[in-house]
Design a protein around this ligand. Sequence first.
Ligand code: AMP
Length: 203
Amino acid sequence: MKTMPDSAFRSATDSVAAAARPFSVCVYCGSSDATRPDYLQLADEAGAALAGRGWRMVYGGGGVGLMGRAARAAHGAGGDVLGIMPRFLARREIVLEDVPHRMVDTMHERKRIMFDESDGFLVLPGGIGTLEEAVEMLSWRRLELHLKPIVFVSRDDFWEPFFHLMQHTIEARLTPPHFLDVLDSAKTIQEALDAIDAKVVRA
Ligand code: AMP
């Protein structure tokens, strides 16, 4: 893993730290169980596919919505999982006790550890929390604070409105056109994991 220019980002993401842990993909996804069943199934697929590749799944630590489905599927398929849960959310998001997890105090700490512990990011359908997490990773890429791939799984064009918004900012000359290279989209989980595999910067 390449180091980043900002020393504040360096410690946990340098090649030594990254080499000491399994290849890991952070999954950002919704916490709602009320969504479409095929989105929940997509989360099952993501967890199983990560386990199938022998990749660790890093996520928010909850047992609800797509988050819980993906983590249970990865764990059930024999995969390694790491959840990061803020204490104040543990009851609301029902911390998944079956998988290793770390308790933290704040959302910022949660996101920071999820970032440090991961080599790439898989974005499944989700709400404002998912969007916030994914957009933060994109904005850090924009600032060249990291080079980790970020791939949106856009089943049924779920993420199209977001890509349109990004295109709109490009047309307004607020985002450079080359940033489209960073906005990776895949139709299937396997295609998304292939894209992460192809784009990850290895030491
Ligand atoms: P949602 O997509 O809204 O269902 O949220 C997905 C996950 O993102 C949930 O576990 C939320 O707790 C989490 N989340 C929401 N906002 C933030 C934030 N600012 N920082 C970190 N995680 C967040």
